[in-house]
Design a protein. Sequence first.
Length: 201
Amino acid sequence: MDGIVSISQRIAGIQTQLAALATGAAQPTVAATGTNGTFDELLTRAVSEFSPVATAAPASIPAVLNADGVPADLAVYGNGKVPSEALAPIGTTGHKLWAPAAAKFEELLAAAAADGVTIGINDSYRTYERQVELVGKLGLYPEGGLAAVPGTSNHGWGRAVDLRLDGEALQWMRANGERFGFVEDTPRETWHWAFYPDRVA
Ligand SMILES: [Zn+2]
């Protein structure tokens, strides 16, 4: 995905400069060279001037977990207490995660789509209050239920997604999720995938 974005941006940059050439607005150093040389030079310059653009809101946030395994930049807020603006959207899905996780999950969704696989999202970041509600509905995981003890869920740090996966999509996630850092880390919950930045390929 980064590669595709990079190439698209380079092409856009080249097109902009070619348009400038066509209207005579190009810089003399470019205009003075031959046709092939001009294109090569434009390409070289576009590449040298290229700088990555964030795909998700605070994507410049480093993908670093602290000693407690908590996103370093979110630790100050507390599990399930993270303000919405400190999280990043997963594209247009309406779901939010820790920014590095959101960026990687967008890449994952694009890769799945390219393989003809559809992955739905049922849940992502979850507040502490919502986790308490879920315990009431689903029971505590350590007691055989399906909800983590409030204050301990990776959803409360924007590090986990609950997915809608058919058989093919589950197979795809098991084969490909980890290269985007998403790992099936909870027995009995094939829908639950958590983000481990150090597992990104
Ligand atoms: Zn989950």
